[in-house]
Ligand binder design. Structure first.
Ligand code: IPD
Ligand code: CA
Ligand code: CA
Length: 253
């Protein structure tokens, strides 16, 4: 599968580009403003440049956090060169490079998703049929209980969960639901106009991986998200969970 090869090359180049500065003060220096409207740190810039050098060899349109939209191929790639910049900057080993490949602008036309933890080397991907972690097939949780293990941004009221965690790299956190380590991922944050905070390049590869591992994915209201576009201005408020608790979660939230 070509998309896997390309993703691995991107990951390798990003890894090389940031290996000297991850966890250093230099990593966190602000070097500009991203097209997403948030500051670009040096580590973001170096990672993105490395990723785009590889993707530039192919006929693709890339939608990426710092540069915005580049290229004009029919295949769309949603790219976050570093998801979890704070962790990367501080040397907390939970940050990733993540890419989603789609046949068109539509998320629903996705055909390959890739997430790699750059600190640990843990690699997730999905070919649209199954999903894998380090080459082994993964399945989402089959728990029926809401007294489960949850990742929640942010637990602002009484929730029934047994454990709540926040790791600061949503691409990986959603993969932790895809592989059953956690039972659900919920983002309750509300920004301007009631929109969420997560952008398409943060989470779309992980959503694809979760879906193909048997998890259910929807907006906070229970709506389908696959009609959305791979575009800079999309925002998501998201629930990803094992299939048996999804309806009850949506009702409760
Ligand atoms: C951030 C991470 C984090 C989420 C933020 C994102 P970044 O991405 O995914 O988990 O809570 O909303 O912006 O800025 O590190 O690429
Ligand atoms: Ca991100
Ligand atoms: Ca980023």
């Amino acid at each position: 599968e070509k998309a896997l090869e390309i993703s691995r090359r991107v990951a390798e180049e990003v890894e090389k580009a940031i290996s000297g500065i991850a966890g250093t003060r230099e990593a966190g220096e602000v070097v500009g403003m991203g097209k997403d409207g948030t500051p670009t740190k040096r580590i973001d810039k170096l990672a993105e440049q490395a990723a785009l050098r590889v993707l530039g060899e192919y006929n693709v349109t890339v939608v990426s956090e710092e540069v915005g939209v580049t290229g004009e191929g029919d295949v769309y790639v949603a790219l976050d060169p570093i998801d979890g910049t704070f962790n990367a900057e501080k040397g907390v080993p939970i940050y990733s490079v993540t890419l989603l490949f789609s046949k068109s602008r539509k998320l629903g036309d996705a055909f390959f998703g890739y997430v790699k933890n750059l600190a640990t080397g843990e690699e997730y991907y999905s070919d649209g049929v199954k999903s894998y972690r380090n080459g082994k097939e993964i399945r989402a949780s089959s728990t029926e209980s809401l007294r489960c293990n949850a990742i929640v941004y942010y637990p602002n009221r009484d929730l029934p969960f047994r454990r709540v965690r926040i790791f600061g790299a949503s691409s990986l956190e959603i993969c932790y639901v895809a592989d059953g380590r956690f039972d659900c991922f919920i983002d309750l944050r509300k920004g301007e106009n009631g929109r969420g905070f997560l952008r398409v390049y943060d989470i779309s590869a992980s959503l694809f991986i979760a879906k193909n591992a048997g998890a259910r994915v929807s907006s906070l209201d229970g709506d389908d998200i696959w009609e959305k576009e791979i575009a800079m201005d999309e925002r998501f408020r998201i629930v990803v969970s094992g299939e048996k608790i999804h309806d009850r979660l949506i009702e409760m939230l």
